[in-house]
Ligand binder design. Structure first.
Ligand code: 1CP
Length: 342
C-alpha cells in the first residue's frame, strides 16, 4: 500500500499525517457523478461493476483522500432477503412488502452474497485492481438496527413508529428479526473482505432514536454479535449517529475504531470510548456550506482535540450533503493534511 496512513490510524500507529476520507464521498455533489447518474438509475449503477468502480474512484481522483469506499448501499442485501426494494425518483428507498407481522419475520431469508450481490464483489475486485495500492478500500454495511428500521418502516422515517412498536409489543419477534439481519450483515461483510476490501465500516445511522436503555436491550447485543462474527483480518469501524450520550455503551459493541458525529466534542468522546480504540470524525457536514476560513478553523480545532494521539481518522460526523460545494470538500481534505503533517 502506497498510502498507509488510514490503515495505520486504524491500528493506532503513528503516521505522516491524520488520514481523511468523507462518508458519502461519491455522490450527487460531484458533477462527474451526475454525468453518469443522468443515464442510469442509482440501483443500475450499483449493479454494474464498471460504473460502481468508476464512481468509487471519482473522489480519489478529484481530492487527496486517504481511503476509498466502495460505491454501494446499505440496502443492497434486501432483495436477497425477499424484500422488494426500489428507489423512488429523487427520493429515498421504498419497500413494497415491509416486515410487520410474525409471518413476515419468518419469511425473511439470510442472503448468499455470491448469488445475491455478485456485482458488489466484482466491483470490489475491479476497484482494488484499478487502485493498485494507491489507498485502501473500505467496504460497508448498515448495522442491525438501521437496516431493521428500513425493513420494518418500508422507507426513511422520522419517529420509527412501526419499528419501535414491534420492539415494544413483541420483543421476541424483534429479536428473531434482528438475529436474521445480523446473519445477513456478517455474510455481507465477510464476502466483501474475501473480495479484497482493506477495512469495513458499520453504519448505524438511525440508532440514535433509541434511549440508552433501549439501545442496550434492543440494538447493542445484535451489533456485538455482528462485530464478533466478522473476520478479524481487516479493521472494523463502528459508526453511529446521535449516540453521543451513550458512547460508553456503543464501545461495548466492539470494533477497532468508533465513528462519532459532531454532537460530541472529539476529546470527550475519545476519553469515553477509551484510548485502546481509534476514533473517526467529526466535523458537522453543514460547516461545508460556510466560508473556507471557517471550515479551516473547525478542521484545526478537531485536529487539536485529538491531542496528536495516533488513531484519529478525520471524517465528517455524517455523510456529505447534496449541494455541498466541491471546493469545500477540497478545503477540508487539504486542511487536515496541512494541520496534521508531522
Ligand atoms: O444518486 C442517487 O440518487 C442515489 C443517492 C445515493 C448514493 C450516492 C444513495 C441512495 N446511496 C448512495 C451511496 C451510498 N450509500 C454510499 C456510497 C459510498 C460513499 O461514497 O460513501 C454509502 C456509504 C451509503 C450508505 C447509506 N445508504 C446509509 C448510511 C450512511 C448515511 O448517510 O447515514 C444510508 C442510511 C443509506 C440509505 C440510503 N441510500 C440512498 C438514500 C437516499 C438513502 C437514505 C434515505 C433516507 O433518508 O432514509
Amino acid at each position: 500500500m502506497k498510502n498507509e496512513t488510514f490503515l495505520k490510524a486504524c491500528r493506532r500507529e503513528p503516521s505522516a499525517h491524520t488520514p481523511v476520507w468523507l462518508m458519502r464521498q461519491a455522490g450527487r455533489y460531484m458533477k462527474e457523478y451526475m454525468a453518469i447518474r443522468e443515464k442510469y438509475s442509482f440501483l443500475e449503477m450499483c449493479r454494474a461493476p464498471e460504473l460502481a468502480c468508476e464512481v468509487t474512484l471519482q473522489p480519489i481522483k478529484a481530492f487527496e483522500m486517504d481511503a476509498a469506499i466502495i460505491f454501494a448501499d446499505i440496502l443492497l442485501p434486501l432483495p436477497g432477503m425477499g424484500i422488494d426494494l426500489e428507489f423512488a425518483k429523487n427520493e429515498g428507498p421504498v419497500i413494497k412488502n415491509p416486515v410487520r407481522a410474525k409471518k413476515d419475520v419468518a419469511a425473511v431469508r439470510v442472503i448468499n452474497p455470491q448469488e445475491d450481490v455478485p456485482f458488489l464483489l466484482d466491483a470490489i475486485k475491479m476497484v482494488k485492481k484499478d487502485l493498485n495500492g494507491k489507498v485502501p478500500l473500505i467496504g460497508f454495511s448498515g448495522s442491525p438496527f438501521t437496516l431493521a428500521s428500513y425493513i420494518i418502516e418500508g422507507e426513511g422515517s422520522k419517529n420509527y413508529v412501526h419499528a419501535k412498536s414491534l420492539m415494544y409489543s413483541d420483543p421476541e419477534d424483534w429479536g428473531k428479526l434482528l438475529d436474521k439481519i445480523s446473519d445477513v450483515i456478517i455474510a455481507y461483510l465477510n464476502a466483501q473482505i474475501d473480495a479484497g476490501v482493506d477495512c469495513v465500516q458499520l453504519f448505524d445511522s438511525w440508532v440514535g432514536c433509541l434511549g440508552p436503555d433501549d439501545y442496550k436491550r434492543f440494538a447493542l447485543p445484535h451489533t456485538k454479535k455482528v462485530i464478533a462474527g466478522v473476520k478479524k483480518t481487516v479493521p472494523l469501524i463502528n459508526f453511529s449517529a446521535n449516540t453521543g450520550t451513550y458512547l460508553n455503551l456503543v464501545k461495548e459493541a466492539g470494533g477497532d475504531v468508533v465513528g462519532v458525529d459532531w454532537r460530541v466534542r472529539l476529546d470527550e468522546a475519545w476519553k469515553t470510548i477509551g484510548y485502546d480504540k481509534g476514533i473517526q470524525g467529526n466535523l458537522d457536514p453543514v460547516v461545508l456550506f460556510g466560508p473556507v476560513k471557517e471550515i479551516k478553523k473547525r478542521v484545526k480545532e478537531i485536529i487539536g482535540l485529538s491531542g496528536g494521539r495516533p488513531g484519529h481518522i478525520f471524517n465528517l460526523g455524517h455523510g456529505i450533503i447534496v449541494g455541498t460545494p466541491v471546493d469545500s470538500v477540497r478545503a477540508v481534505v487539504d486542511a487536515v493534511h496541512e494541520y496534521s503533517r508531522k
